[in-house]
Design a protein around this ligand. Structure first.
Ligand SMILES: N[C@@H](CCC(=O)N[C@@H](CS)C(=O)NCC(=O)O)C(=O)O
Length: 119
């Protein structure tokens, strides 16, 4: 079972590399403004989770700089995700707002949010 999971993980990561989209290009000022906006965003993920791959591909396509956190191997961030986010599920995007940190779960919701922010 562990071997199957290991091989499946390798295939998922190989396919992620194979299908990596070309990043959008924008004017330097626009890119810098986006980089500033995302500077405190964190993407909680597992390395070989297909839902996380889906979000990572969109992050690449939109050419966003978002820090990634391995919520499986990084025990401290795993604890933060569970306690502050409310559940142990990835992907989850956390980002600060004036009224506090938002914990956005669900890959489709995260992708929709990223597209809206960059539209
Ligand atoms: N509907 C969710 C599904 C996310 C999901 O199932 N994530 C799995 C990893 S692939 C998870 O967080 N599992 C928690 C665990 O393994 O404890 C989405 O689209 O984001």
């Amino acid at each position: 079972m562990r071997l199957i999971r290991y091989l499946l993980g390798k295939i998922i990561l190989w396919n992620e590399q194979r299908t990596a989209p070309t990043p959008l290009t924008r004017a330097t000022e626009a890119q810098e403004a986006l980089n500033q906006m995302t500077s405190e965003w964190l993407l909680y993920e597992f390395n070989a989770c297909p839902y996380c791959v889906k979000v990572r591909q969109e992050v690449r396509r939109l050419n966003l700089e978002i820090q990634r956190v391995d919520a499986k191997r990084d025990a401290e961030h795993k604890k933060i995700l569970i306690e502050a986010g409310g559940r142990y599920q990835v992907p989850c995007l956390s980002y600060p707002t004036p009224s506090g940190i938002i914990w956005l779960y669900e890959s489709d919701a995260i992708i929709a949010f990223l597209r809206k922010q960059t539209a």
